[in-house]
Design a binder for this molecule. Structure first.
Ligand code: F6R
Length: 256
């Protein structure tokens, strides 16, 4: 795992955007895994600036959202289908037909989740999966004790996750109770993982994920099992890492 500690959230966005931009420039038809939430917003904004500057293009790329709430109408402003359309597909210039979001309103949710996992495979797999991390260590909406072998499926949101995400809704009661999320096994199949985190509210889960034991109790610790995982964080999110000085040395002194 490569851990990149940067001064602030802006630098996190720029460095993470460069990782994604390098992949898209090398493979214009790359398949992206798309996290939502606040952590990758700056990264998407930075990618948008580079699209506007003519440095990169997502016109031939495709995308698969990491997760979706169960039960929210697609048109709800906080459904991930809406967020992805508003903040990613439009600004980055994806072909909307090439960007997929799990169906959280399907009559048969389990079958739709399985079809979504199959569609990722049929597309050739994800080249780069963009990720955030929950304050409870969740990855996607794989809450603590999710199996590392899990595939896209329905999950019950942890009380902590509903509390954390209440800021996007009018009240805690309005936060959905369930979701459909790519499984940890699905996420680990991606050829590259890029996790971004900012702020001290993420410091504990970031430290557990990077330096703690590999355990389903901290789903993001599954990153330790991946051959090409990069964690891009600011100093506040890195504040509980024991080997922070080492990571700060390795990044500028990297031999490629
Ligand atoms: C979002 C997702 C979640 C978030 C995590 C952090 O698609 O799967 O794992 O990345 O809850 O959320 P923020 O970034 O809002 O702090």
């Amino acid at each position: 795992m490569e851990v990149i500690i940067l001064e602030d959230a802006d630098e996190v966005s720029q460095v993470a955007a460069s990782i994604v931009a390098d992949i898209i420039n090398a493979q214009p038809r790359a398949v992206l895994g798309l996290a939502t939430g606040s952590s990758p917003r700056g990264l998407y904004r930075e990618l948008c600036s580079r699209v506007q500057a003519g440095e990169i293009s997502f016109a031939q790329a495709s995308g698969f959202a990491l997760d979706e709430y169960v039960g929210l109408p697609r048109e709800h402003p906080e459904s991930y289908a809406s967020v992805i359309a508003r903040e990613i597909v439009g600004p980055l210039g994806f072909d909307p037909h090439h960007v997929h979001v799990p169906d959280g309103r399907a009559a048969n949710l389990a079958a739709a989740a399985q079809e979504y996992d199959d569609a990722i495979r049929a597309a050739g797999g994800i080249d780069v999966q963009i990720l955030g991390i929950g304050t409870n260590g969740h990855l996607g909406f794989n809450e603590p004790t999710s199996s590392f072998a899990s595939r896209t499926r329905i999950k019950t949101l942890a009380p902590q996750t509903r509390k954390d995400n209440a800021r996007f809704f009018d009240s805690l009661e309005d936060v959905p109770t369930h979701c459909v999320t790519q499984g940890i096994g699905t996420i680990l199949d991606a050829r590259a993982l890029v996790l971004v985190a900012q702020g001290d509210t993420k410091a504990a889960s970031v430290a557990d994920a990077i330096e703690g034991p590999v355990t389903s109790f901290v789903p993001a610790s599954a990153l330790q099992l991946h051959r090409h995982a990069t964690v891009v964080i600011d100093v506040a999110a890195a504040s509980r890492l024991q080997l922070a000085a080492y990571y700060r040395h390795t990044y500028p002194n990297k031999i490629i």
